[in-house]
Design a protein around this ligand. Structure first.
Ligand SMILES: Cc1ncc(COP(=O)(O)O)c(C=O)c1O
Length: 401
């Protein structure tokens, strides 16, 4: 059987690209920031190049925005049967900025200073978002089960009491959980009962593997549509976060009216190249994306075999969505920073679990959107580092962050 083209990419080529993942920690294998090593769909490159070649370097022309809105609405309908008017899709710079907008403008009306509730482990930058606006953060740690992760319902109920802004990331970075309809409905009932609101981050929604299916939160009930705003983007699935375009989806009239008054500066943050690239990704990128998902699907399973062979004391459950693996390395006693250990001893750059908030100590996040031979090299090196460190004192300050 001939090798997959992605398998042929070498570490040297990846380093030469100068991407953040491959340039920040020189001489290491990059498995930290959420970028893929597979480029993007061919139509995206053409669209980005044409935008510049046509001299569209001024403010966003209305046609460019309209195309993106229509393409996004059609994509969400085709992929998830989520029916929207194109005008409900609003351009933005990024999902991170969408969360800022949610904190500033979409908190419960009766409680504008409401705390922001995060289900942890969480996407790292979200942990600091609320405090930038002088708002509190409540972390609700997910509970591990035999087969995956469960919400701590009593803790969530407590966190939402009195009205809060819940951040729901689905699929859930870093644990790779794809929430079921029952779970989404149960969340929406709790939110409704407490007068809370929800910021839904569905940036990873196209990246779901066989056996799971993504359900947009706002589609599970009228109440969910009425109390949520959702951020989506082509940027994770099509690998273009540097082009700066995300979409805020408004699913009730009150939010649309509010946004009409406050949304302008946010909407100006979307870049022309990003708008055009997003349209091209949603309209022409499905074939490329399906190929990437098939590759990632095999890689997430290969990772299980690699871990069994080289890191037998590490626990890993293949994620149902995203290209992020959440590895329980607690039995290796690599505290205080397992990621620091692997960076130093294996030259593999990972995200440290504790950067993801409560309940994440003793974990690392590994990005497996890399050529499989490189993935094999990463796990091999990590295994060798663990085998070689059996006699080391891990409380040595050398290993401290
Ligand atoms: C769940 C999640 N939300 C948001 C982001 C950041 O998105 P953006 O670059 O659009 O701010 C990421 C990036 O990895 C992510 O994983």
């Amino acid at each position: 059987m001939s090798a997959h083209p992605f398998d042929l990419l070498t570490v040297e080529q990846l380093r030469r690209s100068g991407s953040l993942k491959w340039s920040e920690y020189r001489g290491t294998l990059g498995a930290w920031v959420a970028e893929m090593d597979f480029g993007t769909a061919p139509g995206v490159i053409v669209a980005a190049q044409e935008t510049l070649a046509n001299g569209l370097i001024g403010y966003a022309p209305t046609q460019l925005v309209n195309d993106m809105q229509q393409a996004t609405a059609a994509w969400l309908d085709n992929r998830f049967e989520w029916k929207l008017e194109p005008g409900q899709v609003r351009p933005l710079n990024s999902v991170a900025v969408a969360l800022d907008a949610a904190i500033m403008h979409f908190s419960p009306q009766h409680h504008p200073d409401a705390p922001v509730v995060l289900l942890t482990p969480a996407y790292m930058p979200f942990l600091a978002a609320a405090s930038r606006f002088g708002r509190g953060t409540i972390q609700v740690a997910m509970l591990p089960t035999e087969t995956g992760w469960d919400i701590d319902w009593p803790a969530l109920k407590h966190a939402l009491a009195g009205g809060s802004l819940l951040v729901l990331v689905n699929p859930h970075n870093p644990i790779g959980k794809v929430y079921s309809r029952e779970e989404l409905l149960a969340i929406s009932e709790l939110v409704e009962a407490t007068g809370s609101r929800v910021f839904v981050d569905e940036i990873h929604s196209p990246l779901v593997f066989d056996g799971a299916s993504h359900i947009p939160y706002a589609t599970v009930s009228h109440a969910a549509a009425a109390h949520s705003i959702t951020a989506v983007a082509a940027t994770k699935a099509f690998n273009l976060p540097g082009l700066k375009c995300a979409q805020l989806v408004l699913t009730n009239d009150a939010d649309r009216r509010l946004w009409a008054g406050v949304g302008d500066t946010f909407e100006h943050g979307a870049a022309n190249v990003g708008l055009a690239a997003t349209t091209a990704a949603y309209r022409t990128g499905t074939g490329w994306l399906d190929g990437v998902i098939a590759y990632l699907d095999e890689s997430r399973m290969l990772l299980a075999d690699l871990i069994t062979e080289h890191l037998p004391h590490v626990r890993y459950r293949p994620p149902h969505g995203t290209y992020l693996a959440w590895l329980d390395v607690s039995r290796l006693s690599l505290d205080p920073s397992p990621a620091r250990f692997f960076l130093k001893e294996a030259q593999v750059a990972l995200i440290n679990g504790s950067d993801c908030g409560a309940g994440a100590q003793g974990f690392v996040r590994l990005n497996f959107a890399t050529p499989r031979p490189v993935l094999g090299g990463m796990i091999h090196r990590m295994g060798a580092a663990v085998d070689g460190c059996d006699n080391k004192d891990m409380t040595d300050p050398e290993f401290a962050q």
